[in-house]
Design a protein around this ligand. Structure first.
Ligand code: UP5
Ligand code: MG
Length: 348
């Protein structure tokens, strides 16, 4: 861009010249060091004496922008144009501590930048959360859960297939006015919903005892929670038993990150042969596509390999209430209630 006035043009030209001379001095001083190979020195001087041409397509080339804009005095000091004149004699080497002087401004700039960043992060930590922040999170940041654990209590209910999760949840609903959300039931309802785009996918996963992709299940649970909360606007607190979920670590992370952090996990512990007996018995009348010997085997394997690590994860966090699910349902219920009150009190 052309300078606006002759004075400005002169100032710009002299600034460029000063910068160019400084650059030249440094380059020359480096080339003069004994450890620089003579052939490198020769190559450097031949480069500086020829105009650079950058090829584009066949037969087309252009001169670099700096060369096109160089005023005559500027090109003289650098010898980048006019090819025939010999390179000027090198100026005397700069003082030895030049590199040290150049180094410190960078250190100061980096130190200032880092402390500014740390200050900013610390200040933001104390700021209240943005109430308008949605589950998608601000500009790719960490999302905020839809529901706050201060007025929504979520308890995950885990245990092998047939351990009695559904049976026990039904009892706890009466004791503590929980809303019972069975992930399996929600998936089966979605599978049967006319026009559902996930119907066939859910059917295939359930039949094979595999875990439906978490996006589907997390969305179904979140919708069901919203519906329940909307249906009880008068309630100050909402309690949910989330039955048969999370069955995989990614589900656990996702749910806690975008829906609501869980308060604790109820884990019904039951040997496989007991669960198998219950499921085979139920299969006579349940009509469930996965209550058959082959699907049950697959469900057991998936539970051990994929869902037990979730239980272990929450155990390590001290959030698991483990209940022996082998006795009769009433006995299991009594034990659950006692342990739950021990851990949370009556009013949680
Ligand atoms: N029964 C219960 N308790 C008893 C007791 N103490 N003594 C004697 N009998 C008892 O009970 C099962 C049977 O046992 C019943 O007949 C009951 O009377 C009797 P139930 O309470 O239904 O046990 P539950 O643990 O709920 O067994 P369920 O079959 O529901 O467990 P699953 O975890 O296998 O089933 P779920 O419906 O949760 O999931 C099904 C499939 O959905 C999964 O395999 C998976 O494919 C899919 N899914 C996902 O992909 N993602 C999810 O997040 C959740 C499910
Ligand atoms: Mg169940």
């Amino acid at each position: 861009m052309a300078a606006a006035t002759p004075v400005a043009a002169a100032a710009a030209a002299s600034g460029r010249q000063a910068w160019r001379q400084l650059l030249m001095r440094n380059t020359t001083s480096i080339l003069q060091r004994p450890q620089v190979q003579p052939n490198l020195r020769r190559a450097a001087s031949s480069l500086s004496s020829k105009p650079t041409r950058i090829p584009l397509r066949a037969g087309v080339s252009f001169q670099s922008v700096s060369q096109r804009q160089q005023p005559p005095s500027y090109s003289r000091s650098y010898s980048s144009q006019g090819g025939s004149s010999p390179p000027p004699p090198p100026p005397p080497p700069p003082p030895r501590n030049t590199n040290q002087i150049k180094f410190w401004p960078f250190v100061i700039v980096i130190a200032c930048g880092s402390s500014g960043y740390i200050l900013l992060v610390n200040r933001r930590k104390d700021m209240p959360p943005n109430p308008k922040q949605t589950t998608s999170g601000p500009a790719g940041g960490k999302p905020t859960p839809t529901f706050s654990p201060s007025n929504v209590t979520v308890i995950f209910v885990l245990g092998g297939p047939g351990a009695g999760k559904g049976t026990q949840c039904a009892n706890l609903v009466k004791d503590f006015s929980f809303t019972h959300l069975s992930a399996g039931d929600l998936l089966r309802a979605e599978q049967d919903r006319p026009g559902s785009q996930y119907g066939q996918l859910i059917k295939d996963y359930i039949k094979n005892g595999e875990i439906v992709p978490m996006e589907v299940t997390v969305a179904l649970l979140e919708n069901a929670m919203s519906d329940s909360i909307k249906a009880h606007p008068e309630a100050k607190k909402h309690r949910f038993l989330v039955d048969g979920f999370p069955r995989k670590m990614d589900q656990a992370y996702k749910f806690e990150e975008v829906v609501c952090p869980a308060k604790l996990v109820l884990f019904y512990d039951c040997p496989e042969h007991v669960m198998e007996g219950r499921l085979m018995e139920r299969g006579k009348t349940s009509g469930r596509a996965d209550d058959n010997a082959e699907s049950i085997r697959k469900r057991f394997r998936v539970f051990v390999e994929t869902s037990m690590p979730v239980v272990k994860h929450y155990e390590a966090e001290g959030k698991v209430i483990k209940v022996d699910a082998t006795p009769l349902p009433d006995e299991v219920h009594k034990m659950t209630k006692t342990k739950l009150v021990e851990m949370l009190g009556e009013d949680f």
